[in-house]
Design a protein around this ligand. Structure first.
Ligand SMILES: N[C@@H](CCC(=O)N[C@@H](CS)C(=O)NCC(=O)O)C(=O)O
Length: 235
């Protein structure tokens, strides 16, 4: 039975972290709201019984419904035997995935520092200040942390020659930051060489290569999480 992925149809957003992992691992899935539309997603989410996901992405696998990006990836990794097979290492990989969730939340707060419900245009001044702080302190702190983690098993992937859910997510983070802050990321090139090595290596995985070349791979856009606003980048 294929996995149902439920996520907003017009942005890569957090759904892309789940999609990229499933594509890389060649897991059969249906992208439900892309096949239908956003209304179908809202309707489906509200019709769920019991403890419902707070927000998309979520997956349905038979009787199971699972929300939270990091949690979904940990579940899929376990189900398809794509972890290390060793508890301590698998927990560390999930820990990194949760660190990535924290970073993604901060990425969103760069262009929406006051409220998600307001337009970017209504909070541009605060966004400008937030972006400066984010580039100066938060990106280096997170990326150096991930870069160090990538060195532990020798690279290019988080388990050396074996890739995991952490690699597809860090690839998406690097692609997203390149899109969001092209000047800054160019200036910092070489600072997180292990992550750059991963970014180059991941597209060599068959499932990832097929996916990136397909129409299923969505471009970043200014409705998603990684947005490019020139004024927020390094000048
Ligand atoms: N921590 C959750 C966050 C989920 C989330 O914020 N989803 C966004 C789309 S990327 C959403 O639809 N949020 C609606 C809301 O927060 O009201 C995760 O990592 O999956």
């Amino acid at each position: 039975m294929s996995i149902e992925l439920w996520y907003w149809p017009d942005i890569p957003g957090r759904g892309e972290f789940v999609r990229l992992f499933m594509e890389g691992a060649e897991i059969e899935y249906e992208d439900m709201a892309r096949e239908q539309d956003a209304d179908a997603l809202v309707e489906h989410m509200h019709a769920l019984d019991g403890i419902r996901p707070f927000a998309p992405p979520y997956i349905v696998d038979g009787d199971l419904c699972i929300g939270q990006t990091a949690h979904i990836l940990a579940y899929l990794s376990d189900k398809y035997g794509l972890g290390s097979g060793e508890l301590e290492t698998d927990l560390q990989l999930i820990q990194l995935q949760l660190d990535i969730s924290d970073l993604i939340s901060e990425v969103h707060s760069v262009h929406h520092p006051i409220a998600s419900s307001l337009y970017y245009a209504d909070q541009m001044d605060a966004a400008f200040e937030r972006a400066q702080e984010f580039r100066a302190n938060r990106i280096p702190k997170f990326l150096i942390h991930f870069d160090n983690a990538m060195a532990v098993h020798g690279g290019p992937y988080s388990l050396g020659q074996q890739w995991t859910h952490v690699d597809t997510s860090l690839f998406q983070v690097m692609e997203g930051l390149d899109y969001m802050f092209p000047n800054y990321m160019k200036k910092m090139q070489g600072t997180w060489a292990n992550l750059e090595g991963l970014q180059a290596a991941l597209p060599e995985i068959d499932g990832v290569a097929d996916y990136l070349a397909s129409e299923r791979r969505m471009e970043f856009n200014e409705d998603g999480i990684f947005r490019h606003y020139e004024e927020l980048d390094e000048q």
